[in-house]
Ligand binder design. Sequence first.
Ligand SMILES: Nc1nc2c(ncn2[C@@H]2O[C@H](COP(=O)(O)OP(=O)(O)O)[C@@H](O)[C@H]2O)c(=O)[nH]1
Ligand SMILES: [Mg+2]
Length: 258
Amino acid sequence: MRATLVIPTLNEGTSIGHVIDTFLAAAGEANPRLFGKDPLEWEVVVVDGASTDGTAEIARKAGARVIAEPRKGYGRAYQTGFAAATGEVIATSDGDSTYPVEEIPRLVRLLLDAPLDFITCDRLTKLDTNAMTREHRVGNWVLNYVIRIAYHHYLRGAGGALADSQSGMWVFRRSILDRVTLTQDGMPFSEELKIEVLRNGLRFLETPIVYRERWGAPKLSSWRDGRHNLEFLIRKRIAMGRGGTAPPPGAAADRPAY
Ligand SMILES: Nc1nc2c(ncn2[C@@H]2O[C@H](COP(=O)(O)OP(=O)(O)O)[C@@H](O)[C@H]2O)c(=O)[nH]1
Ligand SMILES: [Mg+2]
């Protein structure tokens, strides 16, 4: 079975080589142990946003297919990466060495066996507080709280709440991309994807992982991105409340066809 790991990068030259090496070593080791006669054939797709620190070359040397996506945004990078992915299963990670990419093969096994449609990794339950700034932790708490209250009706598939609505490590079946409406080019993409999976009644699991301290400078601004994420949650909930599945205001007009 083919599988794709998609990683968005913006100047992650200090860590991207390590992330890809760690992942490919784990994937190679896990294949005979977890997948036997049907090994996963992995491709790593790095969607690079005009990095100036050699990220693209380092990623290519480490074995990734690099796609240049000069348009700004975390969500934009993922929309481009998903459209380019050839795997039946897609996994994701930041390029900053925070996520335990070595866990991905085990999560794919779980996705196929359970069976599930979408797994998201929860950073907060086991969080070492050094791995996240206080602003970031408070912001996450506020967003999770708002989702629990405002989206209560839609969270049955997640047991009533999301522990970590902003997590960026997911493992899912490519086929779900035909069922969800993804419109966000920026950081709200992460919460949009999870809400869409739940809203459509897809088989969902949130599972705790160990999240590590970042290598290199953060690209997220806690307050600005936190505010955008909050505004998006409110706009989307209002649109859903009207019974509409139409994209909320600000949706990208040029969404790729999956
Ligand atoms: N291609 C691309 N990648 C981005 C952009 N903004 C952030 N990223 C990448 O997306 C991932 C998540 O960003 P990060 O700063 O780690 O956010 P945080 O983990 O929420 O603090 C990282 O690998 C970034 O390099 C962008 O505009 N374009
Ligand atoms: Mg990160």
